[in-house]
Design a binder for this molecule. Structure first.
Ligand SMILES: O=C(CO)COP(=O)(O)O
Ligand SMILES: O=C[C@H](O)COP(=O)(O)O
Ligand SMILES: [Zn+2]
Ligand SMILES: [Zn+2]
Length: 330
């Protein structure tokens, strides 16, 4: 058993309290490798922002759980070396079983998500409650979920958004004891969040997706005053990266994300955590493709991963400064 406190990490409780009061959101950025982790920490130290480092089940399979844990510990020291101590949360993204959540708590995670949103309501309550019971013994915070995002979520795919039912939220939070709640109000995972026919096409060809259901969010806020809400699937899919990828040999069709003004509005509400992964994937891929195209003689990975990491850092800083509002909140 390794406590996250020994690793210098923090749970989400204090961070969400401040984010709620200050009307901003904490960035939740996924990482799978060293360059992504460096970009996240550099961006957050430079902007003095707290951060939630997210590890998915897939990331654990890709990178190895032990290595990831040591990387997160390294991140705390790395931030300090860069000159500023920022609060860092190590969070399991989309935990799909009690066993996985328990193993993350035991390995030093400071926060876990148990995603029972695809289960029948009572089963979701029971699974989430069980995870909370274990995690809270070690002061690890837990994120639950109600409602299902459209698209693919950890092998579960849904054609359409199953919007969170505000009638369920009070009962769910009361019976499970969760510390935060992920909701479905029209965001979606991945780089192709909407079908073109769901969008409006602007004269320049750009697709504008349907607006998020702020009416549902407001009703949830009314039912759960002051309770931290989480938005998954919140990448904006910047057109410049899609264009760069396609210009240098990629094939991304109909990629469309959540407009930043919608996320800015969400960050000022009870939404305290905004999950962004796909935008980082796009930024890295765009830069790697560009470098390899322009410098075909390059074969040292540092020569293309370095510029990709620099691009990623700028993207993460942009989100913090211009979208989430967490700059200077560390
Ligand atoms: O929700 C996410 C991670 O849990 C990431 O969402 P995106 O695919 O929109 O980046
Ligand atoms: O929501 C999922 C995250 O973007 C992580 O994705 P992954 O399962 O491909 O690691
Ligand atoms: Zn889910
Ligand atoms: Zn997610």
């Amino acid at each position: 058993m390794i406590s996250y406190k020994e690793l210098g990490l923090v749970n989400t409780r204090e961070l969400f309290k401040k984010a709620m009061e200050g009307k901003y959101a904490i960035p939740a950025y996924n990482f799978n490798n060293m360059e992504q982790l460096q970009a996240i920490i550099q961006a957050c130290v430079e902007t003095r922002s707290p951060v939630i480092l997210q590890v998915s089940k897939g990331a654990r399979e890709y990178a190895n759980p032990t290595l990831l844990r040591h990387m997160a510990r390294g991140a705390v020291e790395y931030a300090r070396e860069l000159g500023y101590e920022i609060p860092i949360v190590l969070h399991l993204d989309h935990g799909d079983s009690y066993e996985l959540c328990k193993s993350c708590v035991d390995m030093g995670f400071s926060s876990v998500m148990i995603d029972g949103s695809h289960l029948p309501y009572e089963e979701n309550v029971e699974l989430t409650r069980k995870v909370v019971e274990y995690a809270h013994k070690y002061d690890v915070t837990v994120e639950g979920e109600l409602g299902v995002l459209a698209g693919i979520e950890e092998h579960v795919s849904s054609e359409k958004t199953i919007y969170t039912d505000p009638n369920q939220v009070e009962d769910f939070v009361k019976r499970t004891g969760v510390d935060s709640l992920a909701i479905a109000i029209g965001t979606s995972h991945g780089a192709v969040k909407f079908k073109p026919e769901q969008c409006t096409r602007l004269p320049d060809g750009r697709l504008v997706p349907p607006p998020l259901r702020f009416d549902i969010l407001e009703e949830i806020e009314r039912r759960l005053p002051g309770f931290p809400i989480v938005l998954h699937g919140s990448s904006s899919v910047p057109p410049q990266y899609v264009e760069m990828i396609n210009k240098y040999g990629g094939k991304l069709k109909d990629a469309v994300g959540i407009p930043e003004d919608q996320l800015r509005k969400a960050a000022r509400s009870a939404v305290c955590k905004i999950n962004i992964d796909s935008d980082g994937r796009l930024a890295m891929t765009a830069m790697i493709r560009k470098v390899l195209h322009e410098q075909p003689e390059v074969f040292d990975p540092r020569k293309y991963l370095g510029p990709a990491r620099a691009e990623l850092k700028e993207l993460y800083k942009h989100k913090i400064i211009n979208v989430l509002g967490s700059e200077g909140k560390a």
